[in-house]
Design a protein around this ligand. Structure first.
Ligand SMILES: [Zn+2]
Length: 469
């Protein structure tokens, strides 16, 4: 371990925790301790936390109190994760409708952060994150990095969108955030919105200048960077590890990243809404679900629990979010839990493939790819979800889906919240797409429903047009 890593872990991270009112140092240590819990101890810990959370919901969260009363349940009826089926599934739509009732009555005594998800999961949504969730997920993230042989304090180069590279921070907050990222996390972040050859060259130059030990980003963004490097026969600095997250890691992405960066790829999965996170260890047999902090269930279309090995919808219960509790929250991803545990010896169940949130891109006829991040921006005018204007827009749009045919033309399906909504409300969407797709036909269709694809997937973006890959 380098001297910087030791100083970072012993001095800088605790100092950063004090300044930012965080507990990264303590939570990382705790995550390293609980990684080796026996199956029974892990289940006991999870059940204990679940019982406390359920009691809190019953006593302090009007939305859940109603559900318990309607179903004649008391907190004693939910003692293990198998009991969760007694409660209904929490969807993004329900969160929009009951936002105020889901906020805990004792929120003023707790520490809350504003959270949001983009539209690429189908429905953009705001929520409140508990600082406890933030701390614990960050601690578990550092543990995931450690499994890959990457120590905090080593240089990291990130190429990702808004979920990892925030664009909307300003002023003093931005200055402090940059200072924290640079000095403590040593994380040099770049926005992957633009993946034109010119932008990829800029990212490449920045990476070569920074000489990171690790590279992190959305699987497709890093793949495009790797392809650019390969096509232009550029040299690559020596990195120890590549971390992918945010999207499905296609086998061809993994192969290309390993080939170009000459380093192992470690995949991760996370959703701050729902408090779930999972990381690959060095055995690469699946992603260890951080079951100390969440309960993860996989259900079919009608809400029945699926056996291990079968693909279905991911539901999570965030065991640390007391300010805005998520019980059985439908994240919007399809995945499965593996039947076997990992041969590394850790007892967390393994998430097999995460099939949702595919790293799909649509292409204009000039061959320029647009990733999910840019699509989100086009759909919502590049606005911060916490601004009033964006709130107004997303209150009007329930779901959307982009369909691109084999000729490159686009159909944008919009399911409005109110079917009588004037079509002109969404004219800006068409205008935005026309700027980037000048030679494509762009049509907007108002629809009553957006059915899943024949495969059963609920993708927001489907393209039969390919000029790049
Ligand atoms: Zn393992």
């Amino acid at each position: 371990m380098s001297i910087y890593s030791i100083i970072d872990r012993k001095i800088l991270i605790p100092l950063g925790d004090k300044l930012k009112d965080r507990n990264l140092h303590g939570e990382f240590a705790e995550a390293m301790r609980t990684q080796w819990l026996s199956e029974k101890d892990l289940a006991d810990l999870q059940n204990r936390k679940l019982q406390l959370l359920v009691r809190h919901c019953y006593e302090n969260v009007p939305y859940y109190r109603n559900i318990f009363d309607q179903r004649n349940l008391t907190p004693d009826d939910i003692r293990t994760r198998d009991d969760l089926v007694k409660l209904p599934i929490l969807t993004k739509q329900l969160i929009k409708e009951h936002y105020d009732e889901i906020i805990s009555k004792d929120i003023s005594q707790r520490k809350a952060i504003d959270g949001s998800t983009g539209g690429s999961t189908g429905t953009p949504m705001r929520f409140k994150e508990d600082l406890e969730t933030w701390n614990k997920l960050k601690g578990v993230n550092l543990r995931g990095w450690a499994w890959a042989g990457f120590n905090v304090g080593e240089k990291l180069f990130t190429l990702a969108g808004n979920s990892l590279v925030k664009k909307n921070t300003e002023g003093r907050k931005l200055f402090l955030k940059n200072l924290y990222d640079r000095l403590i996390m040593r994380n040099n972040k770049h926005d992957c919105t633009d993946i034109t050859p010119e932008a990829l060259r800029t990212h490449y130059d920045a990476m070569m200048k920074y000489k990171p030990a690790g590279i992190r980003g959305y699987a497709s963004s890093l793949y495009f960077l790797a392809k650019y490097i390969e096509q232009n026969r550029l040299p690559v600095c020596q990195v120890k590890v590549v971390f992918t997250t945010g999207e499905k890691l296609h086998p061809k992405y993994r192969y290309k990243l390993q080939q170009v960066f000459r380093a192992p790829v470690f995949d991760g999965y996370g959703a701050s809404d729902g408090g779930v996170t999972a990381h690959e260890c060095y055995m690469h047999e699946g992603l260890h679900i951080a079951e100390e902090h969440c309960v993860l269930e996989i259900v079919d279309n009608t809400g029945n629990i699926l056996p291990e090995g079968e693909v279905g919808h991911v539901l999570t219960t965030d065991l640390n979010n007391y300010v805005f509790p998520f019980l059985r929250y439908k994240v919007g991803d399809l995945a499965y839990i593996k039947k076997e545990l990992c041969s590394c010896g850790r007892k967390h169940r393994l998430l097999g493939e995460v099939i949702g949130r595919e790293g799909r891109a649509v292409y204009n006829k000039q061959g320029r790819p647009f990733s999910s991040i840019v699509i989100d921006n086009m759909m919502f005018k590049d606005l911060d979800i916490h601004t009033e204007e964006c709130q107004r827009l997303y209150e009007k749009m329930e779901r959307f889906q982009i369909r691109q045919d084999s000729h490159g033309d686009l159909r944008i399906l919009i399911k409005p919240v109110d079917s009588k909504e004037p079509r002109e409300t969404f004219d800006y969407v068409k205008d935005n797409f026309r700027i980037y797709f000048p030679d494509s036909k762009v049509d907007i269709e108002f629809v009553d429903d957006i059915p899943p694809l024949p495969s059963g997937k609920e993708d927001y973006c489907v393209s039969d047009f390919s000029v790049f890959q």
